[in-house]
Design a protein around this ligand. Structure first.
Ligand SMILES: Cc1cc2nc3c(=O)[nH]c(=O)nc-3n(C[C@H](O)[C@H](O)[C@H](O)COP(=O)(O)OP(=O)(O)OC[C@H]3O[C@@H](n4cnc5c(N)ncnc54)[C@H](O)[C@@H]3O)c2cc1C
Length: 532
């Protein structure tokens, strides 16, 4: 803090400070103001274009009905390939899983049936819940299949931040926390600029004035560059029929005591999380349904792959179905079985390929959903969005749909820290619900009295997945991504695990497109060879 007062302030330092406290969006705004670097523009990647197959019938076995498998069956089918999906589970979709009344939650050693009321609004997305606008590949299918979409609110200033180590553990509205930290930070910045006789080159007096104006506008400072509260934080009283009285700012030192600034405060600015993100009306699995309605007869459920053999031409796959071992051959195979599970399935893949599969770790992640008999959060002026806490539950999500209805499903916990997820995973469902209620009560007094029932999903215990997204270490990514992405013979690993965007459906779709384009190239090459 004192350092910035004593030193000359260069552009880069100014940007770093703004970035640290204001988040990357503030930093980019300031950077644009200084002409230091342009706001990044996302290039729109091409959509897949498969040409119709002209080389006679070709067969493709697709292992796993995850999003990548469904995309592959749909696109290859359109291009004239004969496709069959083998899926081990009782359902298609993989991690794209929406849970409603009566659904079976297939956690190993901890099975459960969803006990929510039978009502189309009472569901939760146990896997994907939101799609950012630049995920053009998955959105391409939502558009093509006319999947009805709505906005999903990731960030609502009326939600809370609660930290056991700050404000005596009491929840604070995000709007207050953010307005006050920005205000105090801007005040410090402005005072520091004013105290400098001269700023580092190439700042000039015009830059300096702009920087001061930026501080005032960014922090909502008064004319003497002090922060005395802001209507961004809200009113203590009045403001409509009587004069408004602003909320009193909290002390900057107290605000810094909370860990909210260190990450959660900037969550809504991450490229994949920034507004507006969208989601299918009625649950993410509406995308799965849309694929399935176009893949009639091509998806074999409860078909558990046991063995994958590369042949001189094509692939042979053995799988259990109805207690019988079935064996099928195909010209090509696309495989989205989680790599760490595939490594344990009998195969004759090259050793380096299997070594990457074994080395690829999986994330651990838990969600606990609670059915509330009353939408009490709406009476607390929260309509959708996310509250944050430093307790194990990490987040509470308020539904973006069903406003003013009688009941609603809260996401009472969303934890991706492996240690936390291990703690949650070791509990029974009832213990998880009880924990979510106890911890949630620090944000919402009387929480428990509204909760009727709940359901939970720990992905590291989910059958046929045993984990969440693939976790590529930096070293493994550099040394081995290309190995897993390349085909071995006629076999391709696909899924978000074979993308630079694991944990997102976009990665799953684009990995399937990549493999299909490679197959198409192989077919063209073969045809050219025949012609020669
Ligand atoms: C909690 C969570 C939150 C997420 N949030 C988002 C989000 O907000 N937005 C977003 O876009 N994405 C999100 N994702 C990521 C998204 O779910 C994945 O990117 C996508 O669903 C992965 O698809 P996939 O094609 O890789 O296949 P997967 O979903 O990994 O499917 C693999 C399939 O293989 C099957 N299988 C396994 N073993 C066998 C076997 N032996 N034989 C046959 N079949 C087998 C499995 O049953 C499964 O169906 C989230 C995921 C999770 C878990």
């Amino acid at each position: 803090m004192t350092e910035i007062h004593n030193k000359q302030l260069s552009r880069r330092e100014a940007l770093l400070w703004i970035g640290k406290v204001g988040g990357s969006a503030a930093m980019l705004q300031a950077a644009g103001l200084f002409g230091l670097f342009a706001t990044p523009v996302q290039a729109q990647a091409e959509l897949v274009k498969l040409k119709p197959l002209t080389s006679g019938p070709k067969t493709v076995l697709i292992l796993g009905a995850g999003i990548s498998g469904l995309v592959a069956a749909y696109e290859l089918g359109k291009a004239g390939y004969h496709c069959k999906i083998l899926e081990a589970s009782h359902r298609a979709g993989g991690r794209n899983l929406t849970i409603r009344h009566g659904d079976f939650i297939d956690e190993l050693g901890n099975p459960q049936f969803c006990n929510f009321d039978k009502d189309p609004d009472l569901y939760f997305n146990a896997g994907p819940a939101r799609i950012p606008a630049h995920h053009t590949a998955i959105l391409h299918y939502c558009r093509e299949f006319a999947v009805e979409m709505q906005t999903f609110c990731n960030y609502n200033k009326n939600c809370y931040t609660q930290d056991d180590n700050a404000f005596a553990g009491k929840p604070v509205r995000i709007r207050e926390y953010e307005a006050d930290t920005r205000g105090f930070f801007s005040e410090l910045m402005a005072k520091s600029v004013q105290a400098q006789a001269k700023l580092d080159a190439p700042f000039d007096d015009i830059d300096r004035q702009k920087l001061l104006e930026f501080c005032r506008s960014y922090g909502d400072l008064s004319s003497d560059f002090t922060y005395e509260g802001s209507d961004r934080a809200g009113y203590q009283s009045g403001g409509i029929l009587s004069p408004g009285v602003l909320k009193k700012p909290r002390a900057f030192a107290d605000l810094l005591q909370s860990n909210f600034w260190a990450g959660a405060m900037h969550f809504g600015e991450l490229a994949d999380q920034a507004a507006a993100v969208i989601t299918p009306v009625g649950g993410m699995d509406k995308i799965v349904d849309a694929f399935l309605s176009r893949l009639a007869g091509k998806v074999q459920l409860k078909a558990q792959v046991q063995k994958v053999q590369l042949l001189p031409q094509g692939v042979e796959v053995s799988y259990w179905l109805d207690g019988q071992l079935q064996v099928e051959q195909a010209d090509y195979c696309l495989n989205c079985i989680p790599a760490q599970l595939m490594a344990g399935i009998e195969n004759n893949f090259p050793a380096d390929y299997v070594a990457v599969m074994k080395a690829l770790q999986r994330g651990k992640l838990s969600k606990i959903a609670l059915q509330a008999k009353e939408r009490f959060w709406e009476k607390d002026q929260i309509y959708s969005g996310i509250s944050w806490t430093n307790q194990d539950i990490t987040q509470i999500w308020y539904p973006s749909h069903g406003l003013f209805k009688a009941k609603g499903i809260l996401l009472g916990a969303y934890s991706w820290d492996p240690a936390i997820s291990d703690r949650i995973s070791a509990m029974t469902h009832q213990q998880r619900i009880a924990t979510a209620i106890t911890q949630g009560a620090k944000l919402h007094p009387d929480y428990g009295k509204y909760i009727e029932q709940g359901n939970s999903v720990c992905w590291q215990r989910m059958n046929h997945m045993l984990g969440c997204g693939a976790v590529w270490s930096e070293d493994l990514l550099k040394s081995s991504f290309a190995t897993l992405q390349a085909p071995v013979g006629a076999h391709y690993m696909v899924g978000d695990q074979v993308s630079y965007h694991p944990g997102w459906q976009e990665g799953a779709v684009r990995s399937a497109w990549y493999a299909m384009e490679s197959i198409q190239q192989q077919e063209h090459q073969k045809q050219r060879q025949v012609a020669v």
